[in-house]
Ligand binder design. Structure first.
Ligand code: PLP
Length: 368
């Protein structure tokens, strides 16, 4: 008799499959060496602040100690930066962990979890892992004038029912790059009953500069059911250290704390994140580079006949209309790693991160 534990998995886990990392990056780095262009994971081509690296280095000397389980120092810096009380903040091993924790702590088989079609992949995963009923609301059409494939907030609000415990929004959204402005969010929040938490994932917040688009945090006081998540993985360039945070009503935070792993954020990451937050000049350089490089890359792609969707993020979604798999393979064979979107039901699209100028040129040169 062969043993297969997959048949023993609980109902929630039984229907899931493991994260698909795409290409084997360590093997690809060996194969392509310095000629690789890693444009598949929305990482920061300028890297972290030198001050964050120095803080990380210094913190390594304490590697034999457990980290501060409360992350008090980082929370204090965040609280000052965001003008909220520390009690309104929870730290995560990346914001991915916090998005999962929200569903785990607040939803179960008796509840619905609502999110947009083409919303960030973790939303569906979190709903499934908590055994909740997943409600994926159809996205806006691809020819929508301002938010192609974006969140249809009217339809999402209409999908919130008596059993809805959690709504996930991403603003801007990955992988579509789409966004909605603060006024649209305010109107949405007015329509959602207080027993449904609204989690707004602002992983790309630092990059945004569209008119009317600020942050959901503006509405935290009027709407205690609002949760805002952010990350140090994107604009702060610390994806490898895994730090994110959520801001919410103290009772939401206290509930999440019940299930949070005591030492979920390591000491090196805590130190680096606090230092990164303090380096405003570096963050400004990162955002300015991203803004100008994204505009340049989008124009170059358009000039070559490709359609890119509007973006407030550090990536572009390329709409090829036809199946994108052959182009993805073509690019990969030339050391250019981009993200195929078949898993999202967008087999005609590729997601391309804004890399360094050298990487972006390699992409353009590799195009057929
Ligand atoms: C990258 C990303 C995250 C953040 O992931 P971390 O776990 O913090 O690295 C969260 N939400 C969206 C929409 C993202 O694109």
């Amino acid at each position: 008799m062969s043993f297969d534990a997959a048949s023993l998995a609980n109902a929630a886990t039984g229907g899931l499959s493991a994260y698909d990392p795409g290409h084997d990056l360590p093997a690809s780095r060996q194969r392509f060496g310095a000629m690789i262009a890693e444009l598949g994971s929305n990482e920061n081509p300028l890297g972290p602040s030198p001050r964050a690296l120095a803080a990380a280095q210094a913190a390594l000397a304490g590697a034999h100690r457990y980290p501060d389980p409360r992350g008090g120092a980082l929370k204090a810096v965040l609280a000052r930066e965001l003008d909220v009380d520390s009690k309104c903040i929870v730290l995560g091993n990346g914001s991915h962990e916090l998005l999962m924790l929200l569903a785990q702590c607040f939803a179960d088989a008796a509840h619905a979890v609502v999110y947009s079609q083409y919303g960030f992949a973790v939303f569906a995963l979190a709903a499934a892992a908590s055994s909740a009923r997943a409600v994926a609301v159809p996205a806006l059409p691809i020819d929508h004038p301002t938010a192609p494939l974006g969140h249809d907030l009217d339809a999402i609000a209409a999908a919130v029912g008596n059993d809805t415990r959690l709504v996930y929004l991403a603003n801007p959204n990955n992988p579509t790059g789409s966004w909605f402005d603060d006024a649209a969010l305010a109107a949405f929040l007015d329509r959602v009953p207080p027993y449904a938490l609204v989690a707004v994932d602002e992983a790309y917040h630092e990059y945004v500069d569209a008119p009317g688009l600020g942050t959901a945090l503006r509405f935290a006081r009027q709407h205690p059911n609002l949760v805002v998540t952010r990350t140090f993985s994107k604009a702060y360039g610390l994806a490898g250290l895994r730090v994110g945070y959520a801001v919410a009503h103290p009772s939401v935070i206290a509930t999440l704390e019940r299930l949070r792993e005591s030492f979920n954020v390591n000491g090196v990451a805590l130190a680096a994140a606090a230092a990164a937050l303090d380096d405003r000049d570096h963050r400004a350089r990162v955002c300015e580079f991203n803004r100008s490089e994204r505009a340049w890359l989008a124009a170059e792609l358009t000039r070559r006949g490709y359609r890119t969707l509007p973006s407030q993020t550090n990536f572009l979604l390329l709409d090829l209309v036809r199946n994108a798999a052959p182009l993805e393979r073509h690019l990969f064979e030339r050391g250019v790693i981009v993200r195929p979107m078949g898993g999202y039901g967008l087999a005609h699209a590729l997601r391309i991160s804004i890399g360094s100028r050298a990487e972006n040129l390699r992409l353009l040169e590799a195009l057929p």
